[in-house]
Design a protein around this ligand. Structure first.
Ligand code: CP
Ligand code: NVA
Length: 301
């Protein structure tokens, strides 16, 4: 594994080995054991969108692995003034040992990998959020003791999170049900691939999707870059919420996850959020451990 551009590029075995390493790193972190596996290496972190979790967890992760992280705001580097990706990739490859990028177009992430000569990690695009889903799978396995055979239900926008969750959950043997409005379905190519597994459904019917779910997941109705559509989206997504009615049809021990940030009383009620805050903040913590595993996989000699 040289890059992490999207989960579709990884095999089931590669995903499981990242999760296994993430568990080991988490255990060592709790015991205060450190291994400087990336000593002397520098990760560049390009952000053209906001971030709390991704920025902090990658920076702390590199520090804990004995390396260094460099925050490169899209507003400050020449990329933001139109320097092409192909040149940025070739220049940064001469200084850095890896790049994590959060941006709009998936093609920009793919181009960084194409033109650069160092590992590239996707820290969120409009299409995918693979690092989040690795942390999500780690959290699910931690709480449920397994992944295979569980029913996963996502309620809301067929966005970057839905796309990556579909791929990640299906690859590790889960059943996936998406509840979304007709005009906000996940990526058509991903849907086609998912349907071929025979373990995937996509419906506007929330109770049907949530029935007997082991894991319920939701995300904001308007993602970064869609702020102008917020009012239209509020109307389109009304009712696409994880609330007591949805919890009532899921399994009694269903867990609830949210990638955060959360908009209470939109995609999730404050009540359900707080009842499942332990799981949701374990999930946020696991960004650190899962990404340290990814960094080791792509950047270690
Ligand atoms: N979930 C997530 O990626 O959070 P940030 O936008 O804060 O990085
Ligand atoms: N779908 C959200 C996820 C944030 C982590 C967004 O892209 O803004």
């Amino acid at each position: 594994m040289k890059h992490l551009l999207k989960l579709g590029d990884l095999s089931r075995e590669e995903i499981i080995s990242i999760l296994d390493l993430a568990d080991t790193l988490k255990d060592e972190n709790k015991k205060g054991i450190t291994h400087h596996r990336l000593k002397g290496k520098t990760l560049g972190m390009i952000f053209t969108k906001s971030s709390t979790r991704t920025r902090v967890s990658f920076e702390v992760g590199m520090y804990e692995l004995g390396g260094n992280a460099l925050f490169l705001s899209g507003r400050d580097i020449q990329l933001g003034r139109g320097e092409p990706i192909c040149d940025t990739a070739r220049v940064l490859s001469r200084y850095l040992d890896g790049i994590m990028i959060r941006t709009f177009d998936q093609s920009d992430v793919e181009d960084l990998a194409k033109f650069g000569s160092i590992p590239i990690v996707n820290g969120l695009t409009d299409y995918a959020h693979p690092c989040q889903v690795l942390a999500d799978l780690q959290t699910i396995r931690e709480h449920k003791g397994k992944l295979e055979g569980l029913k996963f239900c996502f309620v809301g926008d067929g966005n970057n999170m839905a796309n990556s969750l579909i791929v990640g959950c299906l690859k590790v043997g889960m059943e996936v049900a998406i509840a979304c409005p007709e005009n906000y379905k996940p990526d058509p190519e991903i849907m086609k691939w998912a349907e071929a597994t025979g373990r995937f459904t996509c419906t506007p019917d929330i109770p049907a999707a949530a029935k007997d779910a082991d894991v319920l997941y939701t995300d904001v109705w308007a993602s970064m870059g869609q702020e102008d559509e917020a009012a239209i989206r509020r109307a389109a997504f009304a009712g696409y919420q994880i609330n007591d009615d949805v919890m009532a049809v899921a399994k009694p021990d269903a867990m609830v996850l949210h990638c955060l940030p959360a908009h209470r009383e939109e995609e999730i009620t404050a009540k359900v959020f707080e009842e499942h805050a332990g799981e949701i903040f374990d999930e946020a913590e696991n960004r650190l451990h899962a990404q340290k595993a990814v960094l080791c996989m792509v950047m270690e000699g």
